[in-house]
Design a protein around this ligand. Sequence first.
Ligand SMILES: *[C@@H]1O[C@H](CO)[C@@H](O)[C@H](O)[C@H]1NC(C)=O
Length: 254
Amino acid sequence: MCPPLVAEDFDVTWGDGRGKILNNGQLLTLSLDKTSGSGFQSKNEYLFGKIDMQIKLVPGNSAGTITAYYLSSQGPTHDEIDFEFLGNLSGDPYILHTNVFSQGKGNREQQFYLWFDPTADFHTYSILWNPQRIIFSVDGTPIREFKNPESIGVAYPKNQAMRIYSSLWNADDWATRGGLVKTDWSQAPFTAPYRNFNSLTRAGNNNSWLNEELDSTSQERLKWVQKNYLIYNYCSDVKRFPQGFPPECGIGSA
Ligand SMILES: *[C@@H]1O[C@H](CO)[C@@H](O)[C@H](O)[C@H]1NC(C)=O
């Protein structure tokens, strides 16, 4: 079998040549310099799916940069499922920021450190999105599960098809240590490669992912990550929610 071709699934959509498809369509690279970042998007739209992408993050001094990889629909009441990687000074840890929007409402952040150096090699970042749950995984280890909270009256993404987007951009007003550390443009261009995109969709012939849930081993792994690598959870931010946490926090969805 041939390796999957990212070129078949994605179009580079902005960045004036800073996003490139290389190696006969097997590798996609985004780059950022002082003038512009870059980005790509999927040719297809997905209504539920299980997607994997291997990404190698910007090495060295990546402070101020953000590499985003997410699903999103369009419009003011859009749904969105986000991975964002916030860069850092050489040797300091990236933050993996996650969020879930339903019907235009987000503010459901969880942030993590990773248990490896995400710039040394490619790692697999996955989103499982089915009618019951959204599971974010890293190298097959679940880091976050957002359960469908409709039974308690909170909207869940399930009616709007989403595209996959990725971008590399400058956000030194907030990305690194809350905006204290600025992008060092003498290090530009900043570059991140992507490869081995895989997707399971309803058009496929193996639909078991549509009902997939975490087995007991995966639940243990999730607990391990949440105990050791979770650095921010909106569901425990008392200062931000003095009147009480959002309702989905109470059902262990988050
Ligand atoms: C960057 O490193 C500092 C110091 O270790 C840490 O506090 C911060 O969480 C790291 N990540 C980001 C994105 O700021």
